[in-house]
Design a protein around this ligand. Structure first.
Ligand code: PXL
Length: 274
């Protein structure tokens, strides 16, 4: 199985490709990469970061891949550096996704009710169009509200249905309810289901990328969708709990490494492809 991860490289801060590569590879599948931008750190809290957009390089990479006849069973997109890159992902789906392959879009745009630096309403609208082409979308609550066009954080059943009109399989992370943190999704019968874990106070940069990577890695091993969501959510929950104790500066991302083994043991029990 081959997964193409389209995401940025943030040199410091453990998010995007820095977490997708180790997690998806550890799941036992090939993780090829298409970097969208190169940043000295992610944008979530560090001052003075550098940002080099790679839009100019991507078409050249794609021309080369075409000559090689490359194709992928899974394409997973995350942080995109510009509106042009959204159009490129759509083109990459047409040219490089195998028949019956799956496109998973994590519409990375914001958190905690605000859009990340550099993201505009035009970007949100273009991202919504890309989400229409996806087999799964993995917005956090902020992104889900932006895509559904409802005020944050009032994500009702109706808002969920609006999201399901954009993509039949929305998986919404980071819904805070009482002492719990929910991942909400529609199961195969179209029923709204929640996976609940203990809410841990604080902003954990890269948590969405860890969830998405684990979900994609599990799908690529043939784990059934609801089970893949559960495994990914348990993994992130364990990494968040560990980070709350061990990582004093949350900007440095999740301490997921020591939780990988336990995640992989469970993954092997549910994997259909060996
Ligand atoms: O984890 C999301 C993310 C990815 N990439 C970059 C980011 C962020 C969140 O802040 O800044 C560059």
């Amino acid at each position: 199985m081959r997964v193409l991860a389209i995401n940025d490289i943030s040199c410091i801060g453990k998010c995007s490709l820095s977490v997708s590569l180790p997690i998806i590879s550890a799941c036992g599948v090939t993780c090829d990469v298409l970097p969208t931008a190169l940043l000295s750190t992610h944008t979530g809290g560090f001052e003075g970061y550098t940002f080099c957009e790679l839009t100019g390089e991507i078409p050249k990479i794609l021309v080369h891949w075409k000559t090689l006849g490359e194709k992928f069973e899974f394409i997973y997109s995350g942080y995109l550096g510009s509106v042009e890159q959204i159009a490129l992902v759509s083109q990459i789906k047409k040219d490089f996704l195998k028949d019956n392959g799956k496109l998973i879009v994590d519409p990375v745009m914001g958190d905690d009710g605000t859009l990340y630096a550099g993201f505009t309403q035009t970007f949100v609208e273009k991202m919504r169009e890309l989400c229409c082409e996806a087999d799964y979308i993995l917005p956090n609550l902020t992104e889900a509200c932006a895509l559904a066009g409802v005020p944050y954080p009032h994500f009702s059943r109706e808002a969920f249905e609006k999201l399901a009109e954009i993509c039949p399989h929305p998986i919404v992370t980071g819904i805070h309810e009482g002492n719990g943190e929910l991942v909400s999704f529609l199961n195969g019968n179209g029923e709204l289901k929640n996976y609940s874990s203990e809410h841990v106070e604080g902003f954990f940069c890269g948590a969405g990328d860890v969830f998405a990577s684990a979900f994609v890695g599990a799908l690529a091993r043939g784990v059934e969708e609801t089970q893949a969501i559960t495994l990914a959510a348990e993994f992130v929950g364990a990494a968040v709990a560990r980070s709350a104790k061990e990582v004093p500066d949350k900007r440095y991302g999740l301490s997921f490494e020591k939780e990988l083994f336990s995640f992989l043991q469970k993954l092997e029990k549910h994997a259909a492809f060996h």
